[in-house]
Design a protein. Sequence first.
Length: 439
Amino acid sequence: MIVKNEERWLPDCLKSVQPIADEIVIADTGSTDRSKEIAREFGARVFDIPWHDDFAEARNRGMSFAESDWLLHLDADEVLDPSGRDLIRSLVDYDGAGADAIEVTLANYCNEIRSHRWVSVPPDDPMARGCAGYIGVQLVRLFRNHCGVEYREAVHENVGESLIERGLVVRREPIIIHHYGMAARPKGPGPKDYFYLRLNEKKVRQRPNDAKTWQDYGAQLIAVGELEAGEKACRRALELRPDFLDAAVSLCNVLLLRNAIEEARRVIMPFMSTAQPNPQLATALATIYLLRGAYGEAYELLRRVLNCSPDSVVVWLYLARVLDLLGQPEGARTALETACALAPALEETRNRLNALTQREEGRTRFSQGDMQGALEKFVRALTLDPEDPTVHNDIGVVLARMGFREKAMESFRRALQLAPVFHDAAQNLASLTTQESSS
């Protein structure tokens, strides 16, 4: 392990691996908290090493102190699954059972349901620690020592190239490493994001012809809000590797943010499988359909995805939006209730369902002539679900009835920004515009 100021995470991490580890080696890059003391309490050998803005270099320095025949790489905010722990010990005792390196699943817990690798977990899963799911990534984390394997790349460091060059045998095993650091990060870009951006810039200079390097750089640029530069980086990744799904998804998302709908569709379509559509890719395409007003096509696509992936939370959320725009609020409620049952820990699902209830109550107040009460309910709904075009339209209708014509027009325009072919909002805006011209 390489460690710096990880006293928050280190005890759980070391507790998870201590029963099977013949030795624990910690390369510390400058901790000022209790990290080194905690490591020694678990019997670790701790070495101070310099930090040169290069994770691969630090990993390799740490590996040089390890004496055992096999190495397991963990980060401090990770926990080895108990079942994986037993399997690792067995593999090492049998000297890899025919393999030189083992690929495992890193479960990055978060609620980023729109990531194309995100999977939900059972609501009562204790390893999820309150998260609704994780982004699964396959990585080599267990491999032979003393055979020339080394880490490369300053950030997102890995041993992949080294293993291939040495002709070593890699096998995947059902071992899970639980990673919790992603869920603990604050929303919005922070110091760590800019730190990783700097390392990615260094990596691009070192590996200018590597598609994954450009995609990592693009994703990091997008994370800090530099969308134009991020788009260029993703395009470069796709030039180098046209079948690179991650780059296509990142580029599609940026294009949708700047309303380049048709280009986004062209980027994503080559990756869509008609037999078994990827849920997250399907929601991107459904967004394109919604922006074009093709609600029926969006509905058919999402229903087809649910036939293959009935537990996809994000698809149920998108289906609810489509049903709303199709004028089927009860169907939307059923879809949202299903999403809540699948991922009760997910705040977005609860908020969307509560927003629908507030909206329905607002419409009841409106039908009773209680404009102020209706407005209050609609505003509460909007606070819970600010991307709901139907609520923006409802607010516009109430404001128009109350005589606030300009504010009503703003609400109708916002509804049309979210759903450009939303007939009710377009008709309401046109009616107010005509009245204004007449007066």
